[in-house]
Design a protein. Sequence first.
Length: 85
Amino acid sequence: MSSLAVDLSRTRGFLVADAAGRPLGRVECTMYGSRPDHPDALSVRSGRLLGKRRRLVPAEAIRAVDAVAGVIGLRVGSEQIRSFL
């Protein structure tokens, strides 16, 4: 994976994996907070039908982004990523 600066707003649909390589889900959308032009986090959705779960992945937790393969690797484990609605 490459750790080059990547525009997180163009990562919709990318697979997200934790530090151990376990998949967390796919990027549903970027989330903005402190600045309207720079994403602070990603909304990651797992599950298909009834067991849908969303996680909030802060930009600081991202270790590397492979734009060719469509994969985002995190520097933290899945237990450190917060769930939300």
